[in-house]
Design a protein around this ligand. Structure first.
Ligand code: NAG
Length: 270
């Protein structure tokens, strides 16, 4: 089963020494102890550099060992969902690039609101700031629309128009019937720019071709900081020379990534 994970980012007071950096979201299927014990998979994940799950400690240790020039840390949401099936949103970030200021766990249906998200989005306010959200695939269209409200709330609360939504949104194929698009404000509102197009393929399996994973940008400064054509799925099958079978052991989704370049002017103003 596919899950939806969304990452929202607002740039606030960014004072980066490096002027380009990469942001990436990755839905790692069933990331648990078994996967963490698999050296081949862990080796590949460390090269892909993203993560989720309780095996996160192992991944972080490997990540810090693999890349000694930077230090990676994490921020975890509560474990979301009823019964034994749980999902968790985790930010893995470079401590030399961002620092955590605040975070917010949005309400879900357990709080009694049947119109709310099945799993509440998890928002983190970094020195540049992020939100993560996992949705129910069956409700992809409804939850995509709800994310419009989340973006507006964050823009108001953090007084910043520069927001990025990225990750596995289940925003394609059977999850979004063609007549549902018109009702999705995140799509119909032209202030939101969808950087990963409908015809991209973010799935690992050769049998499917769907743009489930997306990057959506709001705000002129943030849009201006996007390096043209840099938004794309990261095909780790190709990059790591894997077979389809080996790649599927890692995940059924490719991460989506984008490079941002902050001009000296933007660095002063953001
Ligand atoms: C990813 O790369 C593999 C190996 O080169 C290729 O077979 C596959 O079609 C690529 N997938 C996508 C979605 O581009």
């Amino acid at each position: 089963m596919a899950h939806t994970s969304t990452l929202l980012l607002t740039l606030l007071g960014v004072q980066l020494v490096a002027t380009t950096f990469k942001i990436c979201a990755f839905n790692i299927r069933s990331f648990g102890r078994a996967k963490a014990a698999n050296r081949k998979v862990m080796g590949a994940l460390v090269q892909v550099r993203d993560s989720r799950g309780s095996a996160i400690q192992v991944l972080l240790r490997e990540l810090n060992r693999y890349d000694r020039s930077h230090h990676y840390s994490r921020l975890e949401s509560k474990r979301l969902g009823r019964g034994s099936y749980k999902e968790q949103n985790i930010f893995v970030y470079r401590t030399d690039v961002v620092s955590v200021i605040d975070w917010h766990q949005f309400e879900d249906r357990d709080a009694g609101n049947s119109k709310a998200f099945v799993r509440g989005p998890f928002a983190a306010h970094f020195h540049s700031s992020y939100t993560v959200h996992h949705a129910s695939p069956r409700e992809a269209a409804h939850e995509l629309d709800l994310l419009f409200g989340v973006c507006n709330k964050l823009m108001e609360q953090w007084k910043n128009q520069n927001v990025m939504v990225l990750g596995d949104l289940n925003a394609a194929g059977a999850y979004i019937p063609s007549n549902a698009w018109a009702g999705i404000r995140l799509r119909s509102n032209l202030a939101f720019h969808w950087l990963i197009g409908d015809t991209e393929d973010t799935t690992v399996s050769h049998r499917s071709c769907c743009a489930y994973d997306r990057i959506i940008v709001h705000g002129e400064e943030l849009l201006g900081a996007v390096v043209p054509k840099s938004a794309k799925p990261f095909n780790f099958t190709q990059a790591l020379g894997l077979s389809e079978e080996e790649a599927l052991e890692i995940s059924d989704h490719y991460p989506v990534e984008v490079n941002l370049r902050l001009s000296p002017k933007a660095q002063r103003e953001l």
